[in-house]
Design a protein around this ligand. Structure first.
Ligand SMILES: CC(C)(COP(=O)(O)OP(=O)(O)OC[C@H]1O[C@@H](n2cnc3c(N)ncnc32)[C@H](O)[C@@H]1OP(=O)(O)O)[C@@H](O)C(=O)NCCC(=O)NCCS
Length: 168
């Protein structure tokens, strides 16, 4: 296992590398999984995503991490802490995207909860947010299950998103 950042009951979250491009494309090429994003991503766009994530690691010490099954090492998805601008301020967002055939196992909630605890306990953040499209019910349910509440809606990425927030 490379660069583990967080370990939970069933999962390992580790840093993303360019070698993950092929695995990430199972999510990014899936029109259903990408329904609330502007479009699917091809290989070069996925490589740009990895570079953007690695830039977040360098600049902020956080970013999306690769989520794997702790026992088998199977790729499950990505989840992590992503700096996002909300009304002119950089907030730390908990983000999650998982392989569609593995939805409904609680992996996103388990990973997102671990990221919330990591943010508060290890990074000493005071507040974390999630920014789901208002129509993305599975995503809003993850935010609610980890104890976040809607504080407002904003226009971001050319669409209406909820600002879910949790503070300590
Ligand atoms: C958002 C997303 C990660 C949610 O995935 P998910 O599988 O619904 O969420 P979880 O992994 O938390 O699983 C929760 C479900 O598993 C069920 N479950 C089964 N076993 C479970 C277990 N051991 N523990 C917890 N939940 C379990 C829960 O009951 C719940 O089902 P429900 O939604 O019918 O109530 C997924 O839809 C996704 O990847 N979407 C594409 C990317 C995206 O839009 N991301 C959000 C951007 S803001």
């Amino acid at each position: 296992m490379d660069n583990p950042v967080i370990i939970t009951e069933r999962l390992i979250l580790r840093k993303m590398t360019p070698d993950d491009t092929g695995k990430l494309m199972e999510i990014f090429s899936d029109t259903v999984a990408m329904r609330y994003y502007p479009s699917t991503k091809n290989e070069s766009e996925t490589m740009e995503w990895v570079k953007w994530t690695q830039k977040n690691y360098d600049e902020y010490g956080v970013g999306l991490w690769i989520v794997e099954d702790k026992v088998t090492g199977e790729f499950l998805g990505q989840c992590g802490i992503v700096p996002q601008e909300v009304d002119g301020v950089i907030e730390m967002e908990i983000g999650y995207l998982f392989v569609r055939r593995l939805w409904g196992n609680g992996y996103a909630t388990e990973a997102a909860l671990a990221c919330k605890n990591f943010g508060f306990e290890r990074l000493k953040l005071n507040k974390m947010v999630s920014l789901p499209d208002v129509n993305n019910i599975p995503s809003t349910k993850v935010a609610e299950r980890i104890g976040m509440q809607v504080i407002k809606t904003i226009n971001k990425w050319g669409k209406e998103v909820y600002v879910y927030s949790v503070s300590i």
